[in-house]
Design a protein around this ligand. Structure first.
Ligand code: FAD
Length: 417
């Protein structure tokens, strides 16, 4: 096959690669997306948060998604035994989108790439990036293997690595570093929701806490199926023995709220397990490349931030590449790395404080503090760059301090009884 020369190569056609491709294509750059799989393909990450609507809107993909009739998500419910904490995205501190979707990713990612192809974006499916060599000026030569095993080269001025867990450049350039988050695992599947209740209870996305560190998600889709996944420390998830389906069914019995609804629901595929899913890198960019989405960093499923982080980083990296190729000055450290890391660090605090139990203390404390709840709701909606929100600007202290005060108050009340 002949070599190809373009402005920007995008590795991976998940949400991150699709948003990057849409923006760069809209700006008139010559681009190519290289995607290892054939779409539709299964990928986990089905609950979106409102911030990503800004990204899909800005790159012109939102109207196509609206046609698909995915289940609308207006908030999220957390439950622990009888205690319930429900967030409504309408009641959030930061202005912005107050709804989004919960959807099967195979359909969603296919829809995005269909729309890109319709607009004229060149996507090579079943083509895998196997090697990348950079010149000192940042231009690169990428070796790609097509489905017939033939190899060809792509010469590009810039690469966006949106390869998710493929982690193409982190692997080739030795950029991986251990995540600061705990070692967790997840076992998940889709079920045919044959016993779905009428109304909101049937479609509400819920995080059900089994114990402080272990929980399950329930994400109903508009196609009548529901995604259920268990998350917890690896030894907890691995303490369930048997086939994946047997382990899944045993775990389901631990949910007081959902065991009955799903006990006879047929599993649509054997549950899949992912261990050690948290990922981090030493650097988010280098001469001639930027890492976006899961290829750069993944924290935890608990606040559904993965896709939004993927699209936020993709759109920002694409904008900076356009500037750089127009010979404008770009400070990648400040304009990309610092910005992305500040959002990641907010979410990272919330993930850590979820697993210490401090955030759960805040969520379930009665009576609710309306102002605090609205500020936390803005974080859960993905507006983690709004420094006027104290739960963003003081994230590293506020959750811990408030949980401590609540614990002191409860101790004082217990003693006075
Ligand atoms: P992906 O969607 O993974 O896309 C990467 C693409 O790159 C793939 O299509 C892959 O085939 C391709 N690729 C890989 N290697 C190569 C190669 N060598 N050459 C060419 N192409 C390649 N996020 C949420 O927002 N909400 C959730 O509810 C949620 N739940 C999660 C639950 C679990 C258990 C886990 C582990 C993650 C969850 N996530 C969730 C995170 C979510 O899955 C990711 O953040 C999201 O898919 C990242 O998108 P992406 O575009 O970066 O990568």
């Amino acid at each position: 096959m002949d070599d190809i020369t373009i402005d920007v190569l995008i590795i991976g056609a998940g949400p991150s690669g699709s948003v990057a491709a849409a923006h760069l294509f809209n700006q008139g750059l010559s681009i190519k997306v290289v995607e290892k799989s054939k779409f539709p393909r299964f990928v986990i990450g089905e609950s979106l948060i409102p911030r990503c609507m800004d990204h899909f809107d800005e790159v012109g993909l939102l109207d196509a998604i609206k046609q698909a009739d995915f289940e609308v998500k207006t908030g999220a419910r957390f439950i622990k035994g009888d205690a319930v904490c429900e967030f409504d995205f309408k009641e959030k501190f930061t202005k912005g989108w107050d709804w989004t979707w919960q959807l099967p990713r195979a359909d969603f990612d296919k829809l995005l790439t269909d729309e890109l192809e319709r607009k004229g974006v060149d996507i090579a499916f079943e083509n895998e990036v196997v090697d990348v060599v950079f010149d000192s000026d940042g231009t690169s030569k990428t070796t790609v293997k097509n489905k017939d095993g033939e190899q060809y080269s792509i010469h590009a001025k810039f690469i966006i690595d949106s390869s998710g867990y493929g982690r193409v450049l982190p692997r080739l350039l030795d950029l991986d570093k251990p995540s600061s988050l705990g070692k967790h695992a997840s076992l998940f599947t889709h079920v045919k929701d044959t016993n779905r209740p009428e109304g909101k209870e049937g479609t509400l996305i819920t995080f059900d806490i089994i114990n402080t560190e272990s929980w399950l998600w329930v994400i109903p889709f508009s196609n009548g199926n529901t995604s259920i996944g268990f998350v917890g420390p690896i030894d907890f998830i691995e303490s369930f023995k048997g086939t994946p389906s047997e382990r899944f069914n045993e775990m389901l019995k631990l949910s007081d709220h959902y065991a009955e609804r799903f006990k006879d629901s047929p599993l649509l595929f054997a549950p899949k397990e992912i261990k050690n899913y948290s990922k981090a890198v030493k650097q988010l960019y280098g001469k001639g490349y930027a890492l976006t989405g899961n290829s750069a960093e993944f924290l935890d499923p608990v606040f559904s931030s993965g896709v939004t982080f993927a699209t936020e980083s993709a759109l920002l990296a694409s904008k900076l590449i356009v500037k750089e190729l127009n010979n404008e000055q770009v400070d990648w450290e400040v304009d990309y790395s610092d910005y992305i890391k500040s959002g990641v660090s907010v979410f990272s605090t919330y993930v850590k404080e979820w697993y210490t139990g401090n955030l759960q203390t805040l969520f379930f404390h009665q009576p609710e503090n309306k102002a605090n709840k609205e500020q936390i709701c803005a974080v859960l909606a993905g507006y983690v760059w709004d420094k006027s929100n104290p739960f963003v600007s003081k994230h590293d202290r506020l959750v811990k301090s408030l949980a401590y005060l609540i614990a002191m108050e409860e101790e004082r009340d217990a003693q006075s009884k």
